[in-house]
Design a binder for this molecule. Structure first.
Ligand SMILES: [Ca+2]
Ligand SMILES: [Ca+2]
Ligand SMILES: [Ca+2]
Length: 163
């Protein structure tokens, strides 16, 4: 596995939800995007949340997301997840540092032309990749089963990369 594919794997793994969610908590992606609460995420639901999130992430409303805005938005979501998690304070601090570092890496991967700005098109492209990754059976709808299959695959990939 080369560095670029590892980066892409990291981007995809963390684009939706902090990667520390255990496989049995695989519903986090569904929880985040399932607006009509039918237990699955359609592409339309996903896109609607992404549009809202891009607007929210672009804190100063100039139509671009800066690295600071990107990491800031992610950090706020991460804090919510950490607050709900059962990790010890020490583990939370570790996880926070690791995830924030990854968020910076992700921004730099997404900001292809390195001008420090992410356009909505770049953001949408990364969202489309994340959705495709989560949709394990490729039927255009992400269910909890899809998320679990994806988590298992990611965990296997991480184990391989770490060793
Ligand atoms: Ca739904
Ligand atoms: Ca901005
Ligand atoms: Ca599916």
């Amino acid at each position: 596995m080369n560095t670029r594919s590892i980066l892409i794997a990291a981007v995809v793994a963390a684009a939706g939800t902090p990667a520390f969610a255990a496989p049995h908590e695989g519903g986090a992606f569904v929880h985040d995007y399932d607006s009509n609460h039918d237990g699955q995420v359609s592409r339309a639901e996903f896109d609607a949340v992404r549009v809202t999130r891009f607007k929210a992430t672009d804190a100063n409303g100039d139509g671009w997301v800066s690295e600071e805005e990107y990491v800031g938005e992610y950090a706020a979501r991460l804090e919510k997840q950490l607050a709900e998690s059962s990790l010890t304070e020490e583990k939370k601090t570790e996880e926070r540092q690791r995830q924030i570092r990854q968020a910076h890496v992700r921004f730099n991967v997404l900001d292809k032309d390195k001008d420090g700005k992410m356009a909505q098109a770049e953001y949408d492209a990364s969202g489309a990749r994340a959705f495709a990754e989560q949709d394990a059976d490729k039927d255009g709808i992400v269910t909890a089963a899809d998320v679990q299959a994806t988590n298992a695959r990611m965990a296997a990939m991480r184990a391989k990369t770490d060793s």
